[in-house]
Design a binder for this molecule. Structure first.
Ligand code: SF4
Length: 119
C-alpha cells in the first residue's frame, strides 16, 4: 500500500502526519520525504542514513559588468523571477533577497542623486 501526504501549502502538518503514520505501522515501512525545499522528516524519526548525496540547483548569476539591461532574460524567464526596473535588472528569487535589497539601495541612491542634480 502506498499512502501519499501532500499539500500545496507549507506549514499544514504534512510531515507530522506522514511521520506519525510511518511510526504507527507495525510492519516494515518506507518513508520518502519528497519535500524539495526543506525535507525534515528525519528530524522526527532519526533514521540511520546508509548513503547521502548532495543535490544542487544551478542558479544563474548576472555579470553586472556585461549586462546591458536589455530585458531579454526577464521576458523569457518562465517563473517571472527577473524584472527590469528602469536601468536596473532585479532578480527577485527569495534566495537572492540580499542582492535585491542591495540593488534597491542603489536605486534609492540614484533617485536621490537625480533629484539633487537634475539634468
Ligand atoms: S538584461 Fe538579462 S539578457 Fe539582457 S544582458 Fe542583462 S542578463 Fe543578459
Amino acid at each position: 500500500m502506498i499512502i501519499s501526504v501532500a499539500s500545496g501549502k507549507g506549514g499544514t502538518g504534512k510531515t507530522t502526519v506522514a511521520t506519525n503514520l510511518a511510526l504507527s505501522v507495525k510492519s516494515q515501512v518506507q518513508l520518502l520525504d519528497c519535500d524539495v525545499e526543506e525535507p525534515n522528516a528525519h528530524l522526527f524519526i532519526h533514521p540511520v542514513f546508509e548513503k547521502s548525496e548532495a543535490i544542487t540547483t544551478p542558479v544563474p548569476q548576472v555579470d553586472e559588468n556585461k549586462c546591458t539591461v536589455c530585458g531579454n532574460c526577464a521576458e523569457i524567464c518562465e517563473f517571472k523571477a527577473i524584472v527590469v526596473m528602469g536601468e536596473v535588472l532585479v532578480e527577485v528569487m527569495p534566495e537572492w533577497k540580499e542582492k535585491f535589497l542591495e540593488l534597491y539601495d542603489r536605486i534609492q541612491e540614484q533617485v536621490s542623486n537625480r533629484q539633487e542634480h537634475p539634468s
